[in-house]
Design a protein around this ligand. Structure first.
Ligand SMILES: *[C@@H]1O[C@H](CO)[C@@H](O)[C@H](O)[C@H]1NC(C)=O
Ligand SMILES: *[C@@H]1O[C@H](CO)[C@@H](O)[C@H](O)[C@H]1NC(C)=O
Ligand SMILES: *[C@@H]1O[C@H](CO)[C@@H](O)[C@H](O)[C@H]1NC(C)=O
Ligand SMILES: *[C@@H]1O[C@H](CO)[C@@H](O)[C@H](O)[C@H]1NC(C)=O
Ligand SMILES: *[C@@H]1O[C@H](CO)[C@@H](O)[C@H](O)[C@H]1NC(C)=O
Ligand SMILES: *[C@@H]1O[C@H](CO)[C@@H](O)[C@H](O)[C@H]1NC(C)=O
Length: 671
């Protein structure tokens, strides 16, 4: 009895041992790779040259067992070539694959479907072509999937709807066609959905209203048609809704008013009809509302006065009628107001002129009548006013030289015969500002044109999107956004040559051999309106003044993904640093120092006396005086400079264009 128990126990032990051996043998056979295979697979890409153990290579991450779990070469500025060089099946433990902006081309190999452990996949900002491989459907663990800005075509796989853990899906800026799959309604964890800048057609699926966690929805710049589904109003957590540049028609669903967290709403350039729903008054967090270029009619609902956070309001190019509601004067944060090209009649509420933040005010091409309120005609704080093409009359008793059209007044500056001089000054400023604007717009247009031509040759696209203030100034036709990113390896710290009043300064050698300096805002500064303002101020100041002793601005980029200024490179750096360097200070003898002083005096004199309006720098210090290789000095850092109106005792006018900056798009975090 006892022995039989022992025997059967032994049999059990032997059998189970054998089974375990068999099992591990089977596992070894089926397991496609080992740590050495992984090393070999990495080496054969040619993307690394190191001879050390592969787990120590740049951008390679291993677990305790020595298996590769992460490959991240983001923004390395490399030209890695074909993505298929990476043998995906060799990395069964890979959790993160981040090859954004790595100069990848070719198609996405179907073997990518073997990376079943993957939670983070980003291949954005490359030059990948072809269609999305069907095998993607096997990556069911994915939390972040980004193919942003490539040249992928074909349709969006409905199978993506099975990736239940997805929080970020970014397929923006490609050539994708077909429809938005209704299966996306199952992605209930999705927080950011970007499909903008494609050729997607069809309707917006009502299933999108299941996505309760969605915060950003970018469907702009596609060929979407049909109505905006009322179900969209269920997105209670939505902060950004971009549907602009599509072919959407029908009414604006009043349910949009249920999205109480909305900050940016842009429906520009569609075929929407009907009225602005009064429910919009519930969107109390709204910062920016753009309905431009539709066929919206009816009155502006007085409820608009509840949008106390609104700073950007564009209702232009519609068929809006009725009066301007008095309630609009509650919008104390309003910086940009455009109601031009509508059928609005009645008087301009005089209280409007007391809104302090306004920088752009356009009521032109309407049926407004009555007199222009003094609060507006005497307003020197606003930089751009256009009331032309209305039936407005001046309150002035003396005739004025109309420089607008009909009875209207472009610039709205009139009735100032008692203060002629001031009149002229303001006029010049308005004209010079408009000239600057015009110049910038022309430069922009030129750039877009150029971009178009170059698009086929460029490895990456740098398209303007989302209505952000985008502009890369062209310099001798040779600076492209890509060149700058490559030259600095996406602003790698090793190119940093200092930090200014704000932002960091980088040295960039362009492919042409030219060296430029770049000032880039830190990411935390971009969130802060004060820094943004300084930055924009500097752009505006430096793009208008030119003097041999004022630092030369070659261009700038004001965009949510990049924010930098391009300057002439000043080899010797700041006077402050030079005076503290034992070697350099000897070179700077007394004669040269006198020359520096003369140069600065000449720049200041120009700024104070010779420019159309005096410019006060307000921050002259040895830190802000830069020297070139010949020790020629230039004044820099115009972030806090101001224009001074000499005819008002203490009033200063802060210069800077108003621009709204959409929330950053690449802020997604890795878990
Ligand atoms: C590796 O070395 C080869 C030959 O020197 C070179 O062409 C290649 O660019 C290097 N690759 C990397 C990633 O540094
Ligand atoms: C992956 O790329 C994103 C940009 O797409 C970047 O912000 C992030 O830091 C990268 N992750 C890693 C682990 O390098
Ligand atoms: C997904 O994985 C399964 C099992 O490995 C495989 O049989 C199937 O072909 C894969 N599907 C795709 C679309 O690659
Ligand atoms: C969403 O998921 C459910 C359950 O998994 C499934 O039955 C349904 O078909 C899915 N919906 C779509 C549109 O794919
Ligand atoms: C809206 O304004 C309120 C009160 O000024 C403020 O607390 C809130 O943060 C603002 N919201 C946004 C999104 O700016
Ligand atoms: C005002 O709007 C009209 C029509 O939309 C436009 O033509 C004009 O240029 C705008 N004025 C300014 C100063 O931007």
């Amino acid at each position: 009895m006892v022995s039989s128990v022992i025997i059967s126990t032994a049999v059990v032990i032997v059998t189970s041992t054998m089974m375990m051996m068999l099992f591990s043998l089977a596992k070894a056979i089926s397991s496609p790779s080992s740590s050495t295979d992984e090393a070999e697979a990495l080496r054969s890409t040619g993307w690394w040259n190191s001879t050390s153990a592969h787990c120590h290579w740049d951008g390679v991450y291993c677990n305790n067992a020595g298996r590769v779990t992460g490959i991240a070469l983001y923004g390395s500025g490399k030209e890695l070539g074909e993505l298929s060089k990476l043998e995906f099946s060799s990395f069964p433990s890979l959790v993160e694959l981040n090859l954004s902006a790595c100069g990848l081309n070719g198609s996405i190999p179907h073997q990518i479907g073997t990376l079943t452990q993957l939670t983070y996949l980003s291949l954005g900002l490359n030059n990948l072509t072809g269609e999305l491989p069907l095998s993607l459907a096997n990556l069911t663990q994915l939390e972040v999937l980004s193919f942003y800005s490539n040249r992928l075509h074909g349709s969006i796989l409905p199978e993506i709807g099975k990736m239940k853990n997805l929080t970020v899906l970014d397929l923006g800026n490609n050539n994708l066609t077909g429809v938005i799959p209704s299966s996306f309604g199952n992605l209930t964890n999705l927080t950011f959905l970007y499909l903008d800048g494609n050729k997607i057609s069809g309707f917006i699926p009502p299933q999108i209203g299941k996505l309760k966690n969605l915060r950003f929805l970018y469907l702009s710049s596609n060929g979407l048609h049909g109505p905006i589904p009322p179900e969209i109003g269920k997105l209670k957590n939505l902060e950004v809704l971009y549907l602009f540049y599509n072919k959407l028609h029908g009414l604006i669903p009043p349910e949009i008013g249920n999205m109480k967290k909305l900050i940016f709403l842009n429906l520009r350039s569609n075929n929407l009809t009907g009225v602005i729903p009064s429910s919009f008054g519930n969107l109390t967090n709204l910062n920016s509302l753009t309905l431009r270029g539709n066929q919206i009619s009816g009155f502006i609902p007085p409820e608009i006065g509840y949008l106390l956070n609104l700073s950007y309001l564009d209702l232009s190019e519609n068929q809006i009628s009725g009066f301007i509601p008095e309630e609009i004067v509650n919008l104390k944060k309003l910086g940009h107001l455009d109601m031009s090209n509508n059928l609005i009649r009645g008087k301009i509420p005089s209280q409007l002129g007391y809104l302090k933040e306004v920088e752009y005010f356009n009521l032109s091409h309407n049926n407004l009548s009555g007199t222009i309120p003094h609060s507006i005609s005497n307003n020197y704080m606003w930089t751009s006013i256009d009331l032309s093409h209305n039936q407005l009359e001046s309150q002035s008793t003396t005739p004025h030289e109309a420089f607008g059209h009909d009875k209207g007044l472009c610039g709205g500056i009139n009735g100032l015969s008692h203060c002629k001089k001031r009149h002229q000054i303001v006029l010049i400023v308005v004209i010079s500002l408009s000239a600057t604007l015009l110049l910038s717009v022309t430069a922009l247009g030129f750039l877009f044109h150029k971009q178009k031509i170059r698009k086929n040759q460029l490895s990456k696209t740098t398209k303007a999107k989302n209505g952000d203030l985008f502009s890369i100034w062209d310099y001798d036709g040779t600076i492209a956004y890509d060149d700058i990113i490559q030259a600095t390896e996406d602003f790698d710290i090793k190119y940093c040559i200092g930090t200014g009043g704000y932002g960091s300064v980088y040295r960039a050698q362009l492919p042409s051999g030219k060296v430029v300096a770049l000032k880039k805002l830190h990411s935390w500064e971009r969130e802060d309106p004060t820094y943004l303002k300084s930055f924009e101020n500097e752009v505006q100041m430096l793009s208008t003044i030119q003097h041999r002793n004022i630092v030369k601005l070659h261009g700038f980029c004001l965009h949510n993904r990049c924010m930098f200024l391009v300057y002439k490179y000043m080899e010797k750096g700041s006077l402050y640093c030079m005076l503290r360097d034992e070697v350099e200070v000897v070179e700077l003898d007394w004669i040269k120092r006198v020359n520096v002083v003369k140069s600065i005096a000449s720049a200041l004199s120009y700024m104070h006396h010779d420019y159309v309006m005096p410019i006060i720098h307000r921050d002259i210090s040895s830190n802000n005086i830069l020297l070139d290789s010949k020790l020629e000095a230039c004044v820099s850092d115009f972030g806090t400079a101001r224009l001074l109106d000499p005819y008002s005792s203490n009033q200063t006018l802060l210069v800077g264009t108003y621009g709204y900056i959409a929330p950053g798009k690449l802020d997604y975090t890795l878990h």
